[in-house]
Design a protein around this ligand. Structure first.
Ligand SMILES: [Zn+2]
Length: 808
């Protein structure tokens, strides 16, 4: 569900959909909500009822102070915050009970912009795509039933030139492609009428997406234009095809003719993502390797649990000692009324079945309290389970009998998803992977439900590898950079998002105490927000925008770097050669950098970058955003470009700030696209456009060392159609960000930025009154500032011009 032009939204009354959903909420003690509490400055935990689904809902706020208060509640905000003339519209990811709690605190809710059912549709769509690929494979296999059919078929054979290189790109389908990892060998002729084989040969390898074989493919440099090719499969099938010339794409495209892209066909789970990068590294062993990061996650796993009873004082919470998949899920508990007077409390264990005979008085009434049952369970079934009273309750209430209940971890992923502590992988790409080259780090899926950013990461990795052999610019990048791409840094949360709770943001680690929300009814609210658990300007340092509640969706964890996911990123960032990074999130189409946090009250920000540093951030942004825009003309707006705390909200302990302040890495953050799980067509477009941007970051990194040329800009004026007005555009010697004023003041980085996506697109036209004074300066992607102007508002060597009508 796309949000059309959110900046143009107007206030409106809460819509019927929310009210209807909220009406279904049962009042239950499990919703640990403090009705009526104002969010400011106190623990205001919002908790999910078990098995509630979440939607993305607008929250209508008067001003930044109210936004800060909302952030302080620990509510789960997505990355979309629109500032309108009337106030601020934030997007909150809330279940019906959380929505009700927010409204009880006086927050105004607006439209529902994304429903849980939308995620289910995405999962179905993904399953359908995979099924379609499987069906295609079966149809292909069936088509081989004719006696003379070969088991290999050439799909495409494209010849093209790139610079001085000649390239042959081949795609072919082989009947054994799903099960055999063999490459296929392509033999070429050396022109019309020549022998096949006389032009040499090349190998092509499998393209596997989401575990399903699609076809073999590959490109290689050739010395003559082939006319025909032949593939002989390992099983002896033979296919011959004519080579076609591939249409050149426009010459001004930096990707040049023959540039290969578009390597994803469906959403990918963390398991799929890791399989993909392993496959790539195996295919390009000279250029890439997979690195297992030093810390395994806590695992996609939970203890098997149950809560018996309804009234809090009489509730008994029970957890297996073993993980659910290691036997916990086989344990049952039964609370039996013995049906006789004056019976003692007794626990019997038969295999994994626990039977509690409750005590009775002389009248035959059950008298066992929750505290007594807990003690008896721990004494007599303590090798299987741990029991405790409900959330710190004294447990003085009498326990109600309960039918035999299976403990369960409640996890629904297929067995193909590992329940063990999960390795986290990055693919390291470059001809020289020894730390001697400038490093670039890209990482995605700190937030589990953000399904598009990991695709941007793997698409980028694949573009770099598949174009190395024939694209000169890509070769330059890989020969001179040391690139680390981690497509999913939070695989446990990622799997949980795909299979259990689509709106999962955090990892799956439970830090709630037994006296708190450790029980089964709260487990869908566990986890640490990995993007709040880092070391700089964190919650623990007194900064705003993270929760100390173990069930808060921005929970910062018990301490900085408490989580393996976070220690992995710290390990990556500590590579001394890493100079640039991109933290890939969704959604909102933002492009941001530090500072990412401030302290309230007072909005005391983490230190701002120096002007020189800010120059580099802005100049590089211009190039990266232009690359993004090239795909389908989607412009990340100036209002969504800049420091995180300026354009979004405070996010204490985020990774970008750690990389910038602790390690001095130029650290950016993408907020990709329009929602967490858009329909596939949109997800695909977003992947392509932001992969453009990520590849451009590699080029920025490459150019950073070599570019010392200052940009030179000019002012061009023409009469406007409107009387007395002049049309003004800027020209530039190279991609550069231009900041200008029209009121005679000295321009700074706070001044209006020209265009929305940089000069290379052809900039916007400003229509101003004749005679207007224009002051400006420009900065390129290496941070070189025109005229060496110091943009602090005091220097005078900025560029000056007048919007004059041409004489005559
Ligand atoms: Zn995120």
């Amino acid at each position: 569900m796309r949000i059309p032009n959110p900046g143009a939204r107007r206030w409106r009354a809460p819509v019927v959909a929310i009210a209807a959903v909220s009406a279904l909420v049962l009042v239950s003690p499990a919703a640990a909500v403090t009705p009526g509490a104002d969010g400011a400055g106190e623990s205001t935990e919002l908790s999910r009822l078990p098995d509630e689904a979440a939607s993305v809902v607008e929250v209508l706020l008067a001003d930044s102070a109210e936004l800060d208060r909302l952030v302080a509640t620990g509510v789960d905000l997505d990355h979309d915050v629109s500032r309108t003339e009337e106030g601020i519209v934030a997007h909150a990811v809330v279940t019906p009970s959380e929505a009700a709690a927010l409204r009880a605190r006086g927050y105004r809710l607006g439209d529902v912009v994304f429903r849980a059912a939308d995620s289910a549709e995405r999962v179905e769509e993904r399953a359908a795509t995979i099924a379609a690929h499987v069906a295609e494979n079966q149809a292909f296999t069936a088509s081989l039933a004719t006696p003379d059919a070969a088991d290999v078929r050439i799909i495409r054979a494209d010849y093209y030139t790139s610079g001085t290189s000649q390239i042959l790109s081949v795609e072919a389908k082989w009947a054994q492609g799903q099960t055999s990892t063999s490459t296929l060998t392509v033999q070429r002729d050396s022109g019309p009428g020549t022998e096949i084989g006389s032009g040499g040969s090349q190998t092509i390898s499998r393209f596997v997406d989401a575990g399903v074989y699609l076809y073999h493919r590959g490109a290689a440099t050739v010395t003559a234009r082939p006319d025909r090719i032949r593939i002989t499969s390992p099983t002896g099938g033979v296919a011959v095809a004519q080579v076609k010339e591939w249409l050149p794409i426009p010459a001004d495209d930096p990707e040049g003719p023959g540039y290969q892209q578009d390597f994803v066909t469906s959403y990918l789970t963390p398991t799929d993502l890791y399989a993909r990068i392993h496959q790539l590294a195996a295919e390009f062993p000279d250029l890439a390797e997979v690195v297992e990061l030093p810390y395994r996650t806590n695992g996609y796993r939970r203890k098997a649990q149950a809560v018996l009873g309804t009234a809090n004082a009489g509730r008994v919470a029970i957890d297996s000692l073993a993980w659910g998949h290691q036997g916990g899920n086989d344990i049952s508990v039964e609370l039996v009324n013995p049906g006789a007077a004056s019976q003692p409390l007794a626990v019997t264990v038969t295999g994994r079945d626990i039977r509690v005979r409750l005590a009775t008085d002389a009248a035959g009434t059950v008298t066992s309290t929750a505290a007594q049952v807990v003690a008896a369970l721990n004494a007599d079934a303590g090798t299987l389970v741990r029991a405790y009273t409900y959330r710190g309750n004294a447990g003085a209430g009498v326990v109600a009998p309960a039918a035999r209940t299976m403990l369960t971890d409640g996890l629904r992923a297929p067995a193909t998803v590992s329940r063990e502590p999960h390795p986290v992988y990055a693919i390291r790409i470059g001809k020289h992977r020894d730390g001697s080259r400038p490093g670039v780090l890209a990482y995605a899926q700190e937030h589990a439900r953000e399904w598009v950013p990991p695709l941007v990461a793997v698409e980028t990795a694949e573009r770099l590898l598949r174009n190395y052999g024939h694209d000169g610019r890509t070769k330059q990048l890989l020969n001179n950079l040391d690139i680390w791409i981690a497509p999913s840094v939070n695989p446990d949360g990622g799997h949980y998002s795909f299979y259990d709770f689509a709106s999962q943001r955090r990892n799956m680690t439970n830090h709630c105490p037994l006296t708190g929300a450790a029980d089964a009814l709260a487990r869908n609210s566990w986890g640490v927000d990995n993007n709040r658990n880092y070391t700089e300007y964190s919650l623990f340092d007194g900064y705003s925008g993270a929760s100390s509640s173990c069930t808060g969706d921005t929970y910062a964890g018990p301490s900085e770097l408490s989580e393996p996911e976070n220690r992995n990123l710290d390990w990556l960032a500590a590579r001394e050669n890493i100079k640039f990074s991109m933290n890939l999130h969704s959604s909102g189409n933002y492009f941001m950098w530090s500072p990412g946090a401030y302290a309230v009250p007072g909005r005391v920000s983490a230190p701002r970058p120096t002007l020189d540093q800010e120059s580099f951030f802005w100049g590089a942004s211009s190039r990266i955003l232009t690359a993004i825009k090239r795909h389908r003309n989607m412009a990340v707006t100036p209002a969504r470009t800049g420091p995180i705390s300026d354009v979004l909200y405070s996010a204490a302990g985020n990774s970008g700030d750690m990389l910038w302040y602790k390690y001095g890495i130029y650290a950016w953050n993408f907020e990709v696209g329009t929602s967490f799980q858009p329909d596939w067509d949109e997800a695909h477009q977003e992947t392509m456009e932001f992969a453009n941007g990520l590849v451009e970051l590699m080029r920025v990194a490459r150019d950073f060392d070599t570019d010392h040329q200052r940009p030179i800009t000019g002012l061009s004026t023409t009469p406007s159609d409107a009387p007395g007005m002049v049309d003004v555009t800027f020209t530039a010697s190279e991609p550069a960000a231009v900041f200008y004023t029209l009121d005679g003041t000295a321009p700074t980085y706070a001044s209006t930025r020209y265009g929305s996506a940089g000069i290379r697109e052809g900039g916007e036209t400003l229509t101003v009154p004749a005679g207007t004074t224009v002051h400006w300066f420009s900065v390129d992607a290496a941070g070189n500032v025109e005229n060496n102007y110091r943009a602090d508002g005091t220097a005078q060597n900025f560029r000056k011009g007048a919007a004059a009508l041409p004489a005559g």
